[in-house]
Design a protein around this ligand. Structure first.
Ligand code: HAM
Length: 416
């Protein structure tokens, strides 16, 4: 560990990279409202119960990855490992409980104590969208359409949409029984967690990452056909709606996703340019219980990992236009009066919407010009005692080196 490094699995985002992040956010703010979604913000920490009850006690995230702490009042709080449970905690008690639809999206940091690796961070960022309150296969397909339009507008091509159904309620019982029978035969060769999962929550085995368990998971019999008819019909309608919208997908009957709130549709978008952590986004339909509520909130949504979107863009050599965040004008003054006049001029420029940096110390012209070059300023304004007496300034165009003597009042017309 160097003294200058942030904690493992976290990163600093420097000014040189920030415009890439802004673009991910700007495109979301443009595309998501086209589907009727409005931005919402919830706290980065919640009562621990929000996640334990919301995501499911048996999930890896709840069992092994949460940053949980006690506050001074003895309350158990947790840094949010994902966005959906907090949003639903906030919407529980509103009219979404009576079937009124609410479409919201969110952007922000999430926290999971995972082993850091390429694309796997302990603080990472998600953009997510939730459509809460109503159940309909067409809404599931529309949520996927939103995600794919977002990826398209970011220039992320070559991804794959994986789709599955987890069924719902009693409907999934035959599939669950069949899974249990299959894994019961192999459990002696599987990890201790999977041995527990066999009785407590057999679906979670499908999400195990241990290599010796993966061998058995890869060979699991196709259970989709064992779902009850209502769940199968629901899934057919989702597939149909996707086809109507010309959205290609691949059914992967082993896809269960890592959170326990999913029912019916689950999906993941993967990208080949990412290596082992190849999911750029995932989501599905859910039923989430907020703490103390007896009725779940229903909804469908997804979240995309911003670090992974950037990795996909890099793999595809997508070069989003960089925002102009270099100063337009660098002001240099020789003598106290000139420095003070420059302070005034810099503030006039900024009020006119032009970025300006004024050198605040008396330094040599040469040293100041070096700074102007380092900042990549477009213009330098130089004012010495002579110019103060004459009421003028020297304007230097940094690109071609040309310079002219003008009055400060004429600066705006000369640089626009
Ligand atoms: P998730 O699949 O756990 O789903 O996360 C969504 C995306 O966040 C992943 O596909 C990945 O791109 C990114 N991600 C997850 N963990 C990490 C990590 N440790 N480092 C970097 N990126 C990561 C959810 O979080 C659900 N809340 C999605 C959802 C919304 N389902 C319904 N509504």
């Amino acid at each position: 560990m160097s003294n200058f490094s942030p904690p493992p699995g976290t990163s600093d985002i420097f000014p040189e990279e920030i415009s890439l992040w802004h673009r991910l956010e700007d495109v979301a703010r443009k595309v998501f409202p086209l589907y009727g979604y409005r931005e919402m913000r919830t706290p980065v920490f919640e009562y621990t119960e929000v996640f334990k009850r919301g995501l499911g006690d048996e999930t890896e995230v709840v069992q092994k990855e949460m940053y949980t702490f006690e506050d001074r009042g003895g309350r158990s709080l947790t840094l949010r490992p994902e966005g959906t449970a907090g949003i639903m905690r906030s919407l529980a008690g509103t009219d979404v409980m009576n079937g009124n639809e609410k479409r919201v999206y969110y952007i922000g940091p999430m926290f999971r104590g995972e082993r850091p690796a390429a694309g796997r961070r302990r603080q990472f960022h998600q953009i997510g969208a939730e459509n809460a309150g109503r159940v309909s296969p067409e809404l599931d397909a529309e949520s996927i359409a939103l995600l794919l339009q977002y990826l398209d507008e970011l220039g992320i091509a070559g991804h794959k949409l994986l789709l599955n159904t987890r069924g719902s309620g009693e409907d999934r019982k035959p599939a669950e029984d069949s899974l249990r029978l299959y894994f019961a035969d192999h459990v002696s060769g599987m990890c201790p967690d999977c041995k527990n999962r066999l009785e407590r929550n057999v679906w979670r085995i499908l999400d195990c990452k241990q290599p010796n368990c993966r061998v058995f998971i890869e060979n699991v019999p196709d259970i989709a056909g064992l779902m009850g008819e209502p769940s199968r019909k629901y899934f057919e309608k989702v597939c149909n709606a996707l086809s109507i919208m010309d959205i290609p997908f691949e059914v992967d009957s082993r896809l269960v996703r890592g959170l326990d709130y999913y029912v019916h549709t689950v999906f993941e978008v993967t990208h080949p340019g990412l290596g082992a952590q190849n999911a750029i986004a995932g989501g599905g339909r859910y039923e989430i219980f907020a703490p103390e509520s007896r009725k779940p909130i229903v909804g469908v949504g997804f979240a995309a990992g911003l670090e992974r979107l950037l990795m996909a863009q890099e793999a595809l050599s997508v070069k989003p236009p960089l925002m102009e965040n270099i100063p337009a004008v660098f002001l240099i003054g020789l003598g106290e009066k000139a420095l003070n006049e420059n302070l005034k001029l810099a503030s006039l420029l900024r009020k006119a919407g032009i970025s300006a940096i004024a050198e605040v110390e008396q330094r040599s012209i040469k040293a100041s010009m070096r700074t102007a070059n380092r900042l990549a300023a477009k213009f330098a304004v130089i004012r010495g005692e002579d110019e103060i007496l004459k009421g003028t300034i020297i304007l230097k165009n940094m690109a071609d080196g040309s310079q002219s003597e003008i009055t400060p009042e004429n600066l705006l017309v000369n640089i626009r």
